[in-house]
Design a protein around this ligand. Structure first.
Ligand code: GAR
Length: 204
């Protein structure tokens, strides 16, 4: 049986995309192939990372679409074009509707930079998650990889890793530590687990 065909959806720097690309080279991701990188932002540096790795790219910008349904139809068309079986949200900054998520039950994975259910849901993305954790004063944060359903950051958890907060942390310093110690390790491992299960017709 062939490898699971993966699309990585991005909007920004794409360091999690890079971790996935590197995990193919290192052998961590063996059961899936990154067949498409789809960006919600024309200027995303992630697009350059994809091009460098020889991965096909597509761009779908919400502001350039008539409405949410049109935006999602365009994404679905791109996913079909490349025969995508598994979708990975890696810093994708658009919320997907229930219409979309219901089409891919337990076939969409997201990485979120906190220990869900803390600092998650609508409005919690990117640096804002770390700002909120520091503001609250928690001593431990981390990252979560989970399946995506109609509730923002509400789908079944696949993996979590804790990261300590240190005195003097800024949101930027904390973001980098959470990426290095948690996200970049956890996401490729989880994508491999799900891809391998899909190849064997099993559930995770
Ligand atoms: C990552 O920290 C990711 O967990 C977060 O955005 C960053 C993207 O960085 N995602 C969310 O906050 C989703 N709610 P990257 O483009 O370098 O991978």
């Amino acid at each position: 049986m062939g490898k699971t065909k993966i699309a990585v959806l991005v909007s920004g720097g794409g360091t999690n995309l890079q971790a996935l690309i590197d995990s193919v080279a290192s052998g961590v991701l063996q059961s899936g192939e990154i067949a498409l990188v789809l960006s919600g932002n024309r200027d995303a540096y992630a697009l350059e990372r994809a091009a460098k790795a020889g991965i096909a790219t597509e761009i779908v910008v919400k502001k350039e679409c008539a409405d949410q349904a049109d935006f999602e139809q365009k994404i679905i068309a791109a996913l079909k074009k490349y025969g995508i079986e598994l979708i990975v949200l890696a810093g994708f900054m658009n919320i997907l509707s229930a219409d979309f998520t219901e089409r891919y039950p337990e076939r969409i994975i997201n990485v979120h930079p906190s220990l869900i259910p803390s600092f998650c849901g609508k409005g919690f993305y990117g640096l804002r998650v770390h700002e909120a954790a520091l503001e609250y004063g928690v001593k431990v944060t981390g990252a979560t990889v989970h399946f995506v359903n109609e509730i923002p950051d509400g789908g079944r958890i696949i993996a979590q890793k804790a990261v300590e907060i240190q005195a003097g942390d800024t949101p930027e310093i904390l973001q980098k530590r959470v990426m290095e110690q948690a996200e970049w390790i956890l996401l490729p491992q989880a994508v491999e687990t799900v891809s391998a299960a899909m190849m064997k017709g099993e559930t995770v």
